[in-house]
Design a protein around this ligand. Structure first.
Ligand SMILES: CC(C)(COP(=O)(O)OP(=O)(O)OC[C@H]1O[C@@H](n2cnc3c(N)ncnc32)[C@H](O)[C@@H]1OP(=O)(O)O)[C@@H](O)C(=O)NCCC(=O)NCCS
Length: 168
């Protein structure tokens, strides 16, 4: 049987329960499901895309607003991204992230930060070197940045939405 087409679309309120279940299954805990709810509650969500396959949620990626000092608009956090365990390694995560970055660049967003394994995120252009001149709450080899525009800030102090501080 052929695989149904993958549809990438914005999250709607009707997706919330399915997304909680997706994050629990992908991460094996409650933290990311709670993070998504908390980011929505504080109004920090900038872009949230779901991947749907055969009417089922197969993946999700969420971008939230970061603030920079000195002030500069256009900074985002990528977190979380998850793909249903049975559907991993079929480029669904890559499709979600690539589509999101095209949309964000078109909207004039300038820089994305992610905390994660460089072996995965380097393929999208993220690098630890680009993040190094910034001070973040998560400094280290797993903190990476990707510029979406030539005028992106090159250094500064990064403040995350409050939801991240409550992450277990
Ligand atoms: C990470 C995740 C979103 C990737 O989604 P996906 O649809 O399976 O990814 P893709 O098919 O686009 O890419 C698969 C590639 O990513 C690699 N990969 C997946 N997770 C990885 C990880 N945590 N670290 C390093 N590489 C990883 C795979 O080995 C594979 O590599 P290859 O292309 O060289 O074979 C998915 O595996 C997932 O939901 N994992 C659990 C939640 C998670 O860890 N989220 C990221 C937190 S930083």
């Amino acid at each position: 049987m052929s695989t149904p087409p993958l549809v990438i679309r914005p999250e709607t309120a009707a997706d919330r329960d399915a997304l909680r279940a997706l994050h629990r299954a992908a991460f094996g805990g409650e933290a990311e499901a709670k993070l998504v709810d908390a980011l929505h509650a504080e109004g920090a969500v900038v872009l949230s895309l779901v991947a749907e396959e055969g009417g089922q949620i197969a993946g999700h990626v969420l971008y939230s607003r970061l603030t920079l000092d000195p002030p500069c608009a256009g900074a985002l956090s990528l977190a979380p991204v998850s793909v249903a365990p049975a559907r991993q390694k079929r480029a669904i995560g890559s499709r979600l992230i690539a589509d999101a970055h095209r949309m964000l660049a078109a909207r004039g967003e300038k820089i994305v930060f992610v905390l994660g394994d460089p072996a995965y995120y380097e393929r999208f252009g993220f690098s630890a070197a680009a993040a190094k001149p910034f001070r973040t709450p998560y400094d280290g080899e797993y903190m990476q940045a990707l510029t979406l525009a030539p005028e992106a800030p090159k250094s500064g102090t990064v403040r995350y939405p409050a939801a991240f501080a409550r992450l277990e």
